[in-house]
Design a protein around this ligand. Structure first.
Ligand code: NAD
Length: 436
């Protein structure tokens, strides 16, 4: 369903009228395409406090010229050295003069320290936490399709895939987020152009919507993609798989033996496992029969737990593997009529946070989740008009996201160089006001 308001505000009369009426003025977001693969303009590197990060070589590899020119496309503020209220003032001093000049659809990335690094220093803990409130507030006011995010890190090279992602057109719908990155850098050389070449990715619910976009994006990055969907959607799954030179697997993911069937289908193992299949069966709790509760919990959570356990137990996920599950902001914030869905998606976030350290230690596999906000798909096209319109506008970018926004986020988490990103639940929601 096209966003007609967004098209209208892109016209001169639309801009004039909506400004006069004080209505939201969403900027048409710029996204990655083969013709426009990166931000256009320079990168401004700023520092607050005394930093120990060796950031310059990593920023030099982003492809953006690092200089002090006016109107930067991206600003990176290293605030890892902020340890008291005085050095926090350097964050204000650094960004206050430049924030107005950041280009439309530009990026502001603030770097902070992990909070546990400040556990025994409450002054440092206070001002490092302060960066979150700062970033989330700036994200809400900056406008013009510009995004603001915070990365907590200790090692710049371990965060290279994350910085490249946030400083690119691929992260257009991610703003106001806090992402933690560990210290383990990637091993060996990284093929940034075709990072998933030679790898196998399985996408559940890949026949349409977000799953189809994920399958396309992982194939673009070089993966052999297996598109799994229910038998009723087999024709669509085959169509997607053929287009991507992948393969299709008709399987209901709630089947008790789904993990065994997947492992049998892919005897050489899986590198990237994407738990995307999901359903809604909305009703307020007073009207919700047990079958509507059960089917949503089964598809969205129990099958994710079952297949993950089965595939890990069988060693079907190769070392260096990636699991990306699909949560939702409805699971983080709650949503009327969605006690079943909200519970299932919050459960996904719980699974990710608990399993991530063990899966990495025991299997060399990272486990993360994407939490989409309002994404333009068949699922959201079915939402009644006024609720749909509110869902679209109630975020800092004043528009819905596209399936490709979730897909690009998934591809970053699936990237071989993203091994230091583990246990994260990353919202792809344009900084939705829900659960902000
Ligand atoms: P969609 O309904 O368009 O696609 C879901 C796919 O999953 C379909 O192809 C469906 O056949 C498949 N599927 C359902 N049950 C299955 C099962 N038992 N076994 C195998 N496949 C099954 O939905 P979408 O909007 O693309 O959503 C994809 C994921 O993103 C879901 O997990 C959803 O909860 C989540 N999500 C979507 C939004 C949004 O705004 N669209 C927001 C938050 C989260």
């Amino acid at each position: 369903m096209a966003d007609r308001y967004l098209s209208f505000t892109a016209t001169a009369p639309g801009r004039f009228l909506t400004r006069r009426l004080g209505l939201p003025q969403p900027a048409a977001l710029r996204r990655w395409s083969p013709e426009h693969p990166s931000l256009t303009g320079s990168l401004l590197h700023l520092t607050a406090g005394t930093t120990a990060l060796d950031l310059a070589p990593v920023l030099a590899r982003t492809g953006l010229p690092v200089d002090g020119s006016a109107d930067p496309a991206a600003v990176v503020l290293d605030a890892t050295g902020v340890r008291d209220v005085d050095t926090l003032a350097e964050v204000h001093a650094a960004l206050h003069p430049v924030v107005r000049s950041v280009a439309t659809s530009g990026r502001v990335v603030v770097l902070g320290s992990p909070l546990d690094a400040a556990a025994d220093d409450h002054h440092r803990a206070a001002v490092q936490q302060a960066l979150e409130g700062f970033v989330r507030s700036l994200g809400k006011e900056i406008g013009r399709g510009r995004t603001v995010n915070l990365v907590r890190l200790t090692d710049a090279s371990a965060a290279e895939s994350t910085l490249r992602f946030l400083l690119s057109l691929r992260s257009a719908y991610i703003s106001g987020q806090v992402i933690g990155v560990g210290a383990e850098g990637p091993e060996g050389t990284v093929d940034w152009a075709l990072p998933l070449a030679g790898r196998t990715a399985l996408v559940t619910g890949g026949a349409r919507g977000i799953g189809e976009a994920v399958a396309e994006t992982l194939a673009r990055d070089g993966a052999h993609v297996v598109v799994l969907d229910i038998p009723q959607a087999e024709a669509d799954a085959r169509r997607v798989a053929e287009r991507l030179c992948g393969s299709a697997l008709a399987l209901d993911i709630t089947a008790a033996d789904a993990g065994d069937r997947i492992a049998a289908e892919l005897p050489d193992g899986i590198d990237v496992l994407i738990h995307n299949a999901g359903i809604t069966r909305d009703r307020r709790l007073v009207n919700m029969p047990a079958d509507r509760w059960g089917s949503v919990l089964d598809v969205n959570l129990a099958s994710v737990l079952r297949t993950t356990d089965a595939l890990l137990a069988k060693g079907a996920l190769r070392t260096g593997g990636r699991i990306v599950a699909t949560a939702s902001i409805a699971g983080l914030a709650g949503n009327a009529g969605q006690t079943n869905y909200g519970a299932s998606k919050a459960g996904v976030a719980g699974l990710v946070r608990s399993l991530a350290p063990r899966a990495l230690a025991e299997h060399g596999v990272t486990v993360n989740a994407v939490a989409p906000g309002f994404i333009e798909t068949k699922m959201t096209a079915a939402v009644p008009l006024f609720i749909r319109e509110a869902g679209r506008r109630m975020n800092s970018l004043a528009q819905g996201g596209l399936p490709v926004d979730v897909a690009e986020t998934t591809a970053w988490l699936a990237h071989p160089a993203s091994g230091a990103v583990n246990g994260q639940v990353v919202r792809v929601c344009g900084q939705s006001l829900l659960g902000a």
